[in-house]
Ligand binder design. Structure first.
Ligand code: NAD
Length: 477
């Protein structure tokens, strides 16, 4: 299986081994990818290094931007082919898959247009000196992405790296590598030089571990679980390589009694159901001011019970979860909460006629959840929402900040002072005020605090994250 894209050529794993690709909607094997490892990673890193010192490294920022923009157009032109690949590989509804491809294109439009607008600085210094601050690419960048939004993630991580002139090696998730392979065809057709982007498919503990431990990478960005993120940080530290970690979340929706519920309720439900809850920024905790608790959970429960789960072709509110391990994990949380006696307030519906081998989880709303319960603290990464009452503003902030995570938060209130006070007090990389944006907003700097990770992606800040500065000090007398 020639599913590795290295130095502008398609190659198979040297071992000849492959990994089955399974459709979450029916559990059937429908494709295979190569099982790359240390050998292929080394080839890819060498190809990237060569590209840095070749045509790609010498290319002007304007020309790089032009290629990225062309990639964005190529992605959109291919959407009718691309979206069904992504939908089958992930199980997500077709509309969601199409939206993910649009976002992938949007990353290349945004960073393509930004490539030649990264300016240096002139720094006032002593008499007789001129000082310039140049912004340089880091060199060879390593990118490891998860299975929940494969197309979006590859746009998020690759577009700013390439815009800055880095040469990249991508290791997609073993469950969902197909959109990355389709993407490589489009990038090549748009004129991306050989070696500027290399893709090695394979398992995390093999290809992923080999990439993050490679002595000739200059930067690594990882999106995925906290367990693996810690390993990535250790591996890169051994070579003093900078890393950005985008990890999990347990993001709160903080709803005060005066909130505009007509606006809030559908957004709150979508923020947990979208992508079957497999979104690091899912709004998985619903914090409600006690005096409005019954009304708010009643309204959310009514909307939640109307959500429907189906195959990509049924195109309902969400699809299956990714794999049997993820289904067992989500079901484990649901079973544990039930056996702890936490009331089920609402359940979504599995559509009739679902294929029997698919990995379908029933969306479930629990509440009130005790604050020390596992469901209050741990990330489920599934369509499970936990409701909690709070007493007042101070209690809301304490509850919101009471987990190890700090990725996103939302505050819902018509009181402008409280809206800003609470938003400033919540520990999170993004806070939405009377709105919510799980996954959205190419323009908006994004990343975690606490155990949700460190470093920033998206927006213009990603260009700083994926570059370095050099200070030139010139004595001219
Ligand atoms: P995961 O950590 O198991 O895998 C993520 C990627 O890391 C995959 O490509 C995998 O092959 C690779 N990997 C596995 N072991 C590795 C190793 N030893 N060295 C290097 N790479 C290795 O995560 P997952 O199960 O694919 O995704 C679910 C998790 O990701 C959730 O916890 C979720 O919150 C998190 N996530 C975070 C964000 C974010 O932006 N913060 C986005 C999506 C998912």
């Amino acid at each position: 299986m020639e599913t590795m894209f290295i130095d502008g050529k398609w190659i198979a794993a040297q071992s000849g081994e492959t990994i089955d690709v399974v459709a979450p909607a029916d559990g059937q094997v429908f494709d295979r990818i190569g099982r790359g490892g240390m050998y292929e990673i080394d080839l890819a890193v060498r190809a990237a290094r060569k590209a840095r010192s070749g045509a790609w490294g010498r290319m002007s920022a304007t020309e790089r931007g032009r290629i990225l923009t062309k990639i964005g157009v190529g992605v959109l032109d291919a959407i009718d082919l691309f979206a069904p690949i992504e939908a089958r590989d992930t199980g997500k509804p077709m509309t969601t898959a199409r939206n993910d491809i649009v976002v992938l294109a949007r990353y290349f439009e945004f960073y393509g247009a930004a490539a030649d607008k990264v300016h240096g600085e002139v720094i006032p210094f002593l008499d007789g000196y001129a000082v310039q601050l140049l912004r340089d690419p880091l060199g060879v960048t390593a990118h490891i992405i998860p299975w929940n939004y494969p197309a979006q993630m590859l746009g998020r991580t690759l577009a700013p790296a390439l815009a800055m002139g880095n040469a990249a090696v991508l290791k997609p998730a073993e469950d969902t590598s197909l959109s990355a392979l389709k993407f490589a065809e489009i990038a090549m057709a748009a004129g991306l030089p050989a070696g500027a982007l290399n893709i090695v498919t394979g398992y995390g503990h093999e290809a992923g571990a080999a990439l993050t431990a490679h002595p000739d990478i200059n930067f690594a960005t990882f999106t995925g679980s906290n367990e693996v993120g810690t390993m990535v940080q250790r591996a890169t530290a051994a070579n003093v390589v900078k890393c950005v970690l985008e990890l999990g979340g347990k993001s709160p929706q903080i709803v005060f009694a005066d909130a505009d519920l007509d606006r809030a309720v559908p957004i709150i439900v979508k923020a947990i159901i979208q992508n079957a809850g497999q979104t690091c920024t899912a709004g998985s905790r619903l914090l409600i001011e006690r005096k409005a608790y019954d009304e708010v959970v009643g309204r959310v429960a009514e909307a939640f019970s109307k959500t429907r789960v189906g195959t990509p072709e049924m195109d309902l509110d969400c699809g299956p979860v990714m794999n049997p391990a993820q289904l067992a994990r989500v079901q484990g949380f649901i079973d544990a909460a039930k056996s702890d006696g936490i009331p089920v307030l609402a359940e979504g519906k599995l559509a009739a006629g679902l294929p029997s081998g698919g990995y379908y989880a029933t969306p479930t709303l629990f509440g009130p959840v005790p604050r020390n319960n596992k469901l209050a603290r741990d990330e489920v990464f599934g369509p499970v929402l936990a409701a909690f009452p709070f007493a007042d503003e101070a209690d809301a902030i304490a509850l919101a900040n009471g987990t190890d995570y700090g990725l996103l938060a939302a505050v819902w209130t018509e009181n402008a002072g409280r809206l800003t006070r609470v938003a400033k007090a919540v520990q999170a990389g993004q806070v939405f005020m009377n709105c919510y944006g799980a996954g959205g907003g190419v323009e908006l700097p994004f990343g975690g605090t606490k155990r949700s990770g460190h470093g920033r992606e998206k927006g213009l800040l990603a260009l700083e994250e994926m570059s370095s500065t050099k200070t030139l000090v010139h004595y001219h007398g």
